[in-house]
Ligand binder design. Structure first.
Ligand SMILES: [Mg+2]
Length: 367
């Protein structure tokens, strides 16, 4: 029987830093540009669970995080360290298991053959214990016979847990979870489902209204099957369409300040590029989307002449697109921005990489 062990590192960037600074363990720690040293722009890249208890979360503007948790220790991000540590984890896992696919800088799916749930759990526990005790990094693990359910089990297990969902338990496991817990259901889709009175996955077992089926197309059928425990592994659906990667930031307070938005955009580029690097992905289309204070959304895209991989090639069109959106808005309705999204599409494996592209959309990982 084939099982997926889905590994998601807990507060990954922070955990990498705590290996070098053990004295900070158990304390609120934030990786991001330090507002106490004058950084007023930019966003939180990763927060320890102790900082999260104060309401701090990744992608939050640093000023807001500082107000929520003034006693936090801030650490400047060091991307090279996180990429190297990610490789270290993957090599460790590859020492035990042969079928390993990285999904981002801090997530990976391991496929194993195991006769039953107990055997699959033992394989998962060996990896989890080794990463925690051997490498000094906490990791949550979900175990199921489908990647989708394994990933959802990981989210439930966070932080530091291990959750096994055998096939016979899938329906009951999914039933009470909010629809937002389903990979591929973003805020837009969950909002739509809510308008039809669908809050939990159990609600998807009822016959779905015709209007909803029209709006969601094949994805509605996929969701209905999932809620019944029939997981069809590949589905291409999110606000962005298939094969994209994105990061979003909802602002604590709406703003019209272009320099504040540019700072946030820079933080988003720093989150997205290492993830793409880890997945060996190149991109060709860049999209910037702004949600305004009235919840209306405007976006602009640019397709580059060839596939690109680096931060500089992403930064130039992203900044230009943001500038164009703000300029047009300033000449028109002049609404303040409440949410900024950066998305790359037309993804392809980088030259020399044999890793397949996962045909689903994912947003920035919970680092
Ligand atoms: Mg993580």
């Amino acid at each position: 029987m084939e099982w997926t062990l889905y590994l998601d590192m807990d507060a990954f960037y922070v955990s990498c830093e705590l290996r070098d600074r053990p004295a900070l363990r158990g304390r609120p720690v934030i990786v991001g540009p330090d507002p106490k040293k004058g950084a007023s722009r930019g966003v939180v890249l990763s927060a320890s669970y102790e900082a999260r208890a104060f309401g701090v979360k990744s992608a939050q503007p640093v000023g807001a995080a500082d107000r929520l948790c003034p006693e936090a220790t801030w650490i400047d991000p060091e991307m090279g360290k996180y990429v190297a540590t990610s490789r270290e984890v993957r090599e460790f896992v590859a020492g035990f298991e042969s079928r390993v696919v990285a999904h981002s800088i801090d997530e990976m799916a391991v496929t194993v053959d195991a006769p039953d749930a107990a055997a699959a759990e033992a394989r998962a526990r060996r990896l989890q214990d080794g990463i925690r005790d051997g490498l000094g990094l906490p990791v949550s693990v979900g175990v199921a016979t489908s990647r989708t359910v394994a990933k959802m089990a990981t989210d439930v297990a966070k932080p530091g847990g291990l959750r096994v969902v055998p096939p016979a338990a899938v329906v009951d496991f999914l039933a009470p979870l909010p629809v937002r817990a389903i990979p591929g259901v973003g805020p837009k889709t969950s909002g739509l489902l809510q308008r039809y009175g669908i809050e939990q996955i159990a609600d998807l077992r009822r016959p779905l209204p015709l209007g909803l089926r029209r709006e969601l197309g094949e994805f509605a059928a996929w969701l209905a099957q999932l809620a019944r425990g029939n997981v069809l592994e590949s589905h291409d659906r999110d606000e962005a369409g298939p094969k994209s990667r994105s990061v979003d930031c909802t602002l604590e307070e709406d703003t019209r300040d272009p320099s504040e938005l540019e700072g946030i955009l820079e933080g988003m580029i720093e989150r997205l590029v290492p993830s793409l690097e880890e997945e060996h992905l190149a991109f060709q289309t860049v999209t910037v989307a702004l949600r305004w204070a009235d919840f209306d959304q405007t976006q602009r895209s640019r397709t580059l002449s060839g596939a690109a991989v680096d931060a500089a090639t992403l930064r130039a069109p992203a900044r230009r697109l943001l500038g164009e959106l703000l300029e047009r808005e300033a000449r028109g309705a002049g609404r303040p921005t409440r949410r900024l999204s950066l998305r790359v599409e037309r993804l392809r494996p980088r030259l020399g990489s044999r890793r397949p592209i996962e045909s689903f959309t994912r947003s920035a990982p919970d680092l």
